[in-house]
Design a protein around this ligand. Structure first.
Ligand SMILES: Nc1ncnc2c1ncn2[C@@H]1O[C@H](COP(=O)(O)OP(=O)(O)OP(=O)(O)O)[C@@H](O)[C@H]1O
Ligand SMILES: CC(C)(CO)[C@@H](O)C(=O)[O-]
Ligand code: BAL
Length: 284
């Protein structure tokens, strides 16, 4: 069955009113790939009705970032949604989401200023603002986000807790290419040579994960060695960060226990991120 496509708040409200039973929601920026499809299938298993939004949110892009050239592939996205059993697609224009220049926006707070937030100042403020607006419009029982964007997922959980947003948040595992590269809409910017360099991100995470039992310094050392090589490659990886952080707060982790090893870097003009969950042993 083809999904119903709604573009305005009024059309969405009518479609929402027709939903009986539970609703699962997968927010996206389009250019859909197998990572998004796996979230949609997870949504299909979680609720009777599945909604997806497709909106490239200007508020979460900084000046000089790729808002204008972000891939927009609407027809293929509709096909992908149909294949994953999506019932409803909300595809608003900028004017529908922001009819007036927004005055009241969310502030992500200190957690939004570290790691990815330090590399992209203001990004999490804009992301949380649009996610709260989408949740208010769609009113899902469960909203599903990818673990690839680990800090985004942690920030959304924190927003939902801090602001008592009536939704259950679920994470979906990162889908990878057979060689380890995390699927991302931005991968399509990469030339074959750039893609070769970009593989260092997932390789570094694997090297770090293999050293988890030996503690934080060993993890950062093993991952850092892979990234150092990529920094000297042609084309080079320009590292933005490699950090070991608490999965819920994104504060640095220095002793044993659960942690996220997160990495980001640029290859050419493309900003890529990846992460892995670890159980850290104690330093000897
Ligand atoms: N490889 C993946 N596996 C699982 N979920 C993913 C993957 N890539 C993205 N997602 C999730 O899909 C949702 C929509 O993300 P988005 O549309 O920004 O795609 P993206 O591929 O992350 O794009 P970008 O290149 O901008 O990072 C988010 O919850 C994101 O975490
Ligand atoms: C959650 C989201 C759809 C908000 O614009 C975006 O940040 C994304 O695609 O991960
Ligand atoms: N995938 C997170 C959205 C962004 O990069 O802006």
């Amino acid at each position: 069955m083809k999904p119903v496509i709604v573009r305005t708040r009024e059309e969405l409200a009518e479609a929402r009113a027709r939903v009986e039973g539970t609703l699962a929601f997968v927010p996206t920026m389009g250019a859909l790939h197998e990572g998004h499809m796996s979230l949609m299938r997870q949504a299909r298993r979680s609720a009777g009705t599945v909604a997806v939004s497709i909106f490239v949110n200007p508020l979460q892009f900084g000046p000089g970032e790729d808002f204008d050239r972000y891939p927009r592939t609407f027809d293929a996205d509709v096909e992908a949604c149909a294949g994953a059993g999506v019932d409803l697609i909300f595809a608003p224009t900028r004017d529908v989401m922001y009819p007036d220049e927004p005055q009241v926006t969310l502030k992500a707070g200190p957690m939004g200023e570290v790691v990815e937030g330090a590399a992209r100042p203001g990004h999490f403020d804009g992301m949380l603002t649009v996610v709260l607006k989408l949740l208010n419009l769609v009113r899902p029982d469960v909203a599903i986000f990818g673990e690839k964007d680990a800090q985004q997922l942690a920030m959304i959980r924190r927003m939902v807790a801090d602001l008592n947003v009536p939704v259950r948040v679920a994470g979906g595992p990162t889908v990878r290419e057979p060689d380890g590269l995390a699927l991302s809409s931005r991968n399509r910017y990469l030339s074959p040579a750039e893609r070769g360099t970009a593989l260092a991100l997932s390789r570094a995470l694997r090297a770090g994960a293999d050293a988890a039992a030996e503690g934080p310094d060993a993890v950062l050392g093993a991952a850092g060695a892979v990234l150092d090589k990529a920094a000297a490659a042609d084309p080079p990886l320009v590292l933005d960060y490699l950090v070991l952080v608490d999965p819920a707060t994104f504060a640095p982790v220095t002793s044993g226990g659960p942690a996220v090893l997160a990495v980001a870097g640029r290859v050419g003009a493309t900003h890529l991120i990846d992460n892995v969950h670890l159980q850290l042993g104690k330093e000897h």
